[in-house]
Design a protein around this ligand. Sequence first.
Ligand code: GN1
Ligand code: MG
Length: 367
Amino acid sequence: MKAENNEHIEKALEAFLPEGAVVSYRLFGNGHINDTYMVECAEGYPRFVLQRINGEVFQNLEALNNNVELVTEFLREKIINSGGDPDRETLNLYPAKDGQKHYTDERGQCWRLTLYIENSVCYDQVEKPEDFYLSGKGFGQFQRMLADFPAEKLKETIPDFHDTPKRLEALKRAVEADPWGYAGRVQKELEFVAEREAEAHVAMDMLRRGELPLRVTHNDTKLNNIMFDAETGKVLCVVDLDTIMPGLSIFDFGDSIRFGANTGAEDEPDVKKVSLSLELFECYVRGFLEGCGGSLTKTEIQMLPMGAKLMTLECGIRFLTDYLEGSVYFKTAYPEHNLVRARSQFALVADMERKWDEMVKIVEKYA
Ligand code: GN1
Ligand code: MG
């Protein structure tokens, strides 16, 4: 996806803010899907974050807007009732001039404006283990806060989002079609995935058998999707609410481990630098279980290591699929970016397998 041109950005801003309010805007953050801008305003206005929602990834924009609006209103009320600060502890959608909480331009592109949370930071890599513990607690609490959200009101913004077997099927289709002739280059990676095919089914099978409960989950719990207070260091707010849907608790746990407990970056080209930090794994287990506050079942807790492995394998599968399809889904900085990402995910899966017994022991210790 290419970044937007200025004319479209300015038109979108006009739909929300009066003339003269906007001073400047610039690209912001490291998301792989939407276009995100920081908006600086004239005196008397706060700063804003403008986003163009990626309509190719989110094909049902109505469902997405519905979910984000309902969830933010629900959280706002909860935060007010518990004496928190609703302007800092949840995203606040700023209404467009027509009163809607989003704006659709004449090309059908959808935009939203949220208040920027001042004095906040987010991290692309763990700097202090304590922060990772806090993020675990934050995502755990977030899941617990949504425990009594009426799940039937949520629409699936991306169907089968964490259905790993379906992701595997999509990979097979991409190999079969091989539109760019790249499949020959990724045989090692395809073998790696094929050896784990049976395991890829575990979580979805348990869901079908009723052994793991469906909950309202975030589904994209990367460390850079949680904001910290720059002064106190405390967790402020969970962001990137586009994939909030019914899901499994182990997805949220697992995706955080995939991203945050990796000693290398998600796109580290030198796979020797990629490994699972057991220290960080332990921090997150402790934080997440504390945050969930006893709401997880015994089986869910037991399955946490598997959640980490599945989310990492699945993300690798998704990157590899996108590589084969010509990088049409995730934003990339160079042609092989998705392949590099896939390799780094698979290296992390392999390291989790080496450290499996220790992962299980750590979870048992906090269960
Ligand atoms: C995308 O939007 P962002 O960058 O937070 C993706 C996640 C992946 C992640 C990999 C809607 O998240 O599922 O795990 O990239 N989001 C969507 O970094 O596909
Ligand atoms: Mg994000």
